[in-house]
Structures are given as structure tokens and as C-alpha cells.
Design a protein around this ligand. Structure first.
Ligand code: TNX
Length: 533
């Protein structure tokens, strides 16, 4: 009984008696025992909790239709971890777990939506796509005890009956990891993908290059990794992803409905490339103003906006074309991010237009930080807004909303937190700052939360910056504005404390949230780590 919600102990007693008597029908328990509603994040668009439960039997059959194989495997894993016996069949209307994929449901449920019905007889999940089924399983996962995340349970679980019809408000629900200032490799990024998926986020933007480091193997220009990957901010980590690792990460992410977007930041923030290939620079280095470093030295400081390509040097376009070409070849998603931030140069607009057209030549769609919209870019370019100060010369461009005052999680969780940026908002970006995002721009396709890593030097620190704020970002990206409520969110968030701990996430214990008891390791005073790091 250890894993049953307290409120259910009475129900379980009734069930045991009934099943000993050989009765197959399970009585609907009394509402009084059903106080606890599962704390779902993001909150589904429509959810009705019923006054009854489904007692998961010891033997289970999953029947799937259409493209339901992967979803049935995820479900099989979930049920097995919970301690149940499971078999899977690829047909029709059988089993106590039904998974149905049917493209014609797209009208009602959208591309990523799903319907989940839990009755006294079993569980029925349907969706138009594999993505929708995956999200239905994530919802179910959050209805299972948190301990399932890191231990095998003993198969005594009841699910609350419900009818959920759910689909996201926005198609873009992203995070960005700056792996350039300080490196985060395949293991961390996979863990990050797992966590994003649990909260139904679907875009992982990697800031792969900057002044301090170059983090992706480019076979045509090997010194980018031989030299450029060796740097980092002071005390940060260096390294790079091989193309094989990058592909592995993408496959891992795609299996969880997450598309990876690579960013090669140009024509500024480019010093790691200049250190690797000084010929991309001008003869006299006047583009490095002030000269914070000169090749072959790497740059370890925090300043931005001081390096750029030598824009009158035609050789840079060969470089841009080769790099974008290789990235396009190894990138499975439709987008390439060209950066374009924080640089002034008379040839800036010309560069952006050329880089945008190179991306398109390789069959991809360009994303750029908002500054790129000063140039006459193609109409399908997506602008990523971070300061909200640039008036785009091309009207009606699609927009990813990453406004720094709401979405820059490298800023403090609470005022004064150490090792955080504060240039955008002095007192930090609180959970509520993020949660209060309301969209009034029809061109916005979604939201993305970046963590810049100038001061984020370890996995624990990266965890601390993303969690739990990324859960707020996940909810504002998924749940319709009129259904959102910060008080309700805080309540549900606290109930995820055990799950975040089970997943070994070093989340910031936001004050004012009841995170539940910290686990103690026998013989050790407490396993709780200071939350500022
Ligand atoms: C601005 S936002 C940057 C980054 C910094 C970040 C720190 C943007 C497009 N550029 O280079 O790391 O501020 O908050």
C-alpha cells in the first residue's frame, strides 16, 4: 500500500475484499475518498475528473492501432516499472489499455493533441499522431506515483477516472541551452530532453558557437574543434559534440517529439572561429574592438558584441556555406538558427540576407535573433524576440517569444541569486514573471526559454536555472491563457517536488511553494543540496 495516495487507502480495502470474492466488477468508490486530483503540468486544455477509480489489474494487455507501436512501448515500460505484467497486441478493440492512432482525429485534436479516457473498465488513449499519443502517455505518467521515476514499484496503483481532451496552445514550446560559453555534452542534453518531454516541450535550441567556444564538429573546417572547442569561459567546461553524437541526440529527442535546432551564431559572437581560422579575419584585426583577444589566444571573458567576421572578406561566405551545408545535412529538423545578435556593422544587413539565402539553398528555414529583421530577410524566416526593440522591416514574420524579462532563465530565480545575469531584469526572472506571459501577437508561434552559460558552469547549476521555471514555460506554451492560474500552478508544482527529486534534478526550491519533505540518506544529515548552485 506504500505507493497509494493516502486518500485511497479506504478504497483499496474495499477492492481487496471484492476481488477475494472473485467478483470482477469493482464498485465505484465513494467521492470522499477521491480528494486527491493528480497534479498535471501542463494543465490539460480540458479535464474532467470523475468520482471513481480504475484499479490497474496485475495482468494487462495493451492493444494498439495505426501508428501506436512506440506509444504502446512507452506504456509497456511505464506499467512494467510500476510492477505490472503487460502484453502488447497490434490489433483492434481488445485489452484494458487501448491506444488508437487515427489521422482523421487531427481536426478535433490537432497535430499534437490526444484524448484520454479512464473508466472503470480501463484506459483508452487516442490521437491523430504519434506525438499526441506520446503526450497522452506523459499525462498518464504524471498520474503514477513519483517513485516510478527511479525505482520499480509493487503494482498496486489506482488511477482516478477522467476524461481529458487536450492539445497545445502553441506549436513551439522550447528551451535553449548555451553549450558554447560552458559545454554541456550528450549525457546532460539527453537528460534535459527527458525532462522537457515529461512536460510536453518540443523544441531544443542549441547555441553551439560563440566567442568562447565552438561545439560542433565540422568536417570541412577541422580546426573549429581542434582549436575552437578547447576554450570556454573561465572555470567553464570545454568540448564539442561529434556529428555522430549530434545525430544520436536528435534521434533520442525525436523519439520524444523534440526537434533540435542548431544555432551557428554569426556574424558577431564568432571569435572561436576566428581563433581557429585567422584568415576569416581582416589583415589588421580592426573588427575586434576593443581587442579582447587575438588569435591564437582563446577568449575566456564575458563581454559580448566585440568580435565579428571581417565582413568585406569574401572568404567568409565560403565558410558560411560550408558550415551551414554540413549542419543542414546532419540536422533532421527543418530549421537552422543563424544567430545575428548584438553586432553593428555597415555590412550587417547584407550578411544576414546572404546567410538566410544560404540556409534556404540547403532546404532549411532560417531562424535569427530579432536583430536580423532589420534586414530584408525572406518572408518565411522566424524571428526570435529577446528584447522586443527591433521593428521588423518585413511584416508578418513568425515570432518565437523569448522576451528576456520573462524567459531568460540565466537571470536569478530570486533577487540576488549568485552567478546570474541581471542586465535585463535586475531582480531576476521569477516563476511568476514567466507564468504571467500573455500573448497578444498573432504572429507568435510559441515560447522558448534560454539559459546562457557564462555563469552556469556545472550540470547542477544548469538544473537550478531551468527547473522549476521551465515547467512554468511549459504550461504557458501548452495551456490556453484563459485556463491558466498562478495559484493553481503553484499548488500543482509543489506536488511535483517528489518527482523532480526522483529524477535527481537539482531544482531551485522556490520559496512559497510546498515542495514536500526532502529525502535524507541514512547516516547523512540531509541529501538536500544548497539550491543556489
Ligand atoms: C544576450 S540574448 C545574449 C547572449 C548573452 C545573454 C546573457 C542574445 C541573443 N545574446 O550573448 O549570453 O544576453 O543574458
Amino acid at each position: 500500500m506504500k505507493y497509494i495516495f493516502k486518500g485511497f487507502s479506504f478504497i483499496l480495502l474495499a477492492i481487496v475484499v471484492l476481488s477475494c470474492g472473485g467478483t470482477e466488477i469493482i464498485e465505484t468508490p465513494q467521492p470522499v475518498a477521491l480528494a486527491e486530483e493528480p497534479a498535471l503540468i501542463p494543465l490539460p486544455a480540458q479535464v474532467t475528473w470523475k468520482n471513481g477509480v480504475y484499479v490497474i489489474p496485475s495482468q494487462n494487455t495493451i492493444c494498439y492501432q495505426g501508428e501506436g507501436l512506440e506509444a504502446s512501448q512507452w506504456l509497456n515500460e511505464l506499467l512494467s516499472k510500476a510492477g505490472f505484467a503487460v502484453s502488447t497486441q497490434n490489433f483492434g478493440n481488445c485489452g484494458n489499455w487501448k491506444i488508437e492512432q487515427d489521422a482523421s482525429l487531427a481536426n478535433a485534436l490537432g497535430e499534437e493533441g490526444y484524448q484520454l479516457d479512464i473508466t472503470a473498465e480501463g484506459v483508452h488513449l487516442k490521437a491523430a499522431s504519434k506525438a499526441g499519443l506520446f503526450y497522452g502517455i506523459q499525462t498518464l505518467r504524471q498520474m503514477f506515483p513519483a517513485a516510478i521515476e527511479n525505482e520499480k514499484l509493487n503494482g498496486q496503483i489506482v488511477l482516478r477516472q477522467t476524461s481529458i481532451i487536450d492539445q497545445p496552445e502553441f506549436s513551439w514550446r522550447g528551451t535553449m541551452v548555451d553549450v558554447a560559453r560552458s559545454f554541456f555534452g550528450l549525457d546532460y542534453l539527453k537528460r534535459h530532453v527527458d525532462r522537457m518531454a515529461l512536460y510536453k516541450m518540443n523544441r531544443l535550441h542549441l547555441h553551439l558557437t560563440d566567442d568562447q567556444g565552438w561545439r560542433i564538429e565540422i568536417k570541412d573546417w577541422p580546426k573549429l574543434t581542434e582549436i575552437g572547442s578547447k576554450g570556454s569561459v573561465r572555470r567553464g567546461r570545454s568540448g564539442f559534440l561529434t556529428q555522430e553524437e549530434y545525430k544520436e541526440l536528435q534521434d533520442y529527442a525525436l523519439a520524444r517529439n523534440i526537434i533540435v535546432i542548431p544555432e551557428i551564431d554569426m556574424p558577431g559572437h564568432i571569435y572561436a572561429a576566428l581563433a581557429s581560422y585567422p584568415e576569416l579575419n581582416c589583415e589588421e584585426y580592426s573588427n575586434l574592438t576593443p581587442k579582447r583577444a587575438t588569435p591564437p589566444e582563446m577568449f575566456q571573458d564575458y563581454n559580448v558584441g566585440w568580435s565579428k567576421f571581417c565582413l568585406e572578406n569574401p572568404e567568409i561566405y565560403q565558410f558560411v556555406s560550408d558550415v551551414i551545408g554540413e549542419m543542414a545535412e546532419i540536422t533532421k529538423g527543418p530549421w537552422i538558427h543563424i544567430g545575428g545578435d548584438e553586432i553593428e556593422d555597415p555590412r550587417y544587413k547584407e550578411f544576414v540576407v546572404k546567410a538566410d539565402s544560404i540556409v534556404q539553398t540547403y532546404g532549411k528555414t532560417t531562424i535569427g535573433w530579432e536583430e536580423v529583421t532589420k534586414a530584408k530577410v525572406s518572408s518565411n524566416l522566424i524571428s526570435q524576440v529577446w528584447r522586443g526593440t527591433v521593428e521588423s522591416v518585413v511584416k508578418e514574420l513568425k515570432v518565437i517569444h523569448s522576451l528576456c524579462s520573462q524567459f531568460y532563465f540565466d537571470h536569478a530565480n530570486v533577487p540576488g541569486q549568485e552567478n546570474t545575469n541581471n542586465w535585463c531584469k535586475k531582480d531576476g526572472v521569477s516563476l511568476e514573471d514567466n507564468y504571467s506571459f500573455i500573448n497578444d501577437n498573432p504572429n507568435v508561434i510559441g515560447v522558448e526559454a534560454p539559459v546562457w552559460s557564462e555563469f552556469v558552469l556545472s550540470d547542477e547549476m544548469m538544473d537550478n536555472r531551468f527547473w522549476p521555471r521551465a515547467m512554468a514555460a511549459a504550461e504557458v506554451g501548452w495551456t490556453p491563457g484563459e485556463k491558466r492560474n498562478f495559484e493553481s500552478f503553484k499548488q500543482r508544482l509543489g506536488k511535483h517536488g517528489d518527482r523532480l527529486r526522483a529524477l535527481d534534478i537539482n531544482f531551485f526550491r522556490t520559496p512559497g511553494i510546498d515542495w514536500g519533505p526532502e529525502k535524507t540518506i541514512p547516516g547523512v544529515f540531509s541529501s538536500f543540496r544548497p539550491s543556489s548552485e
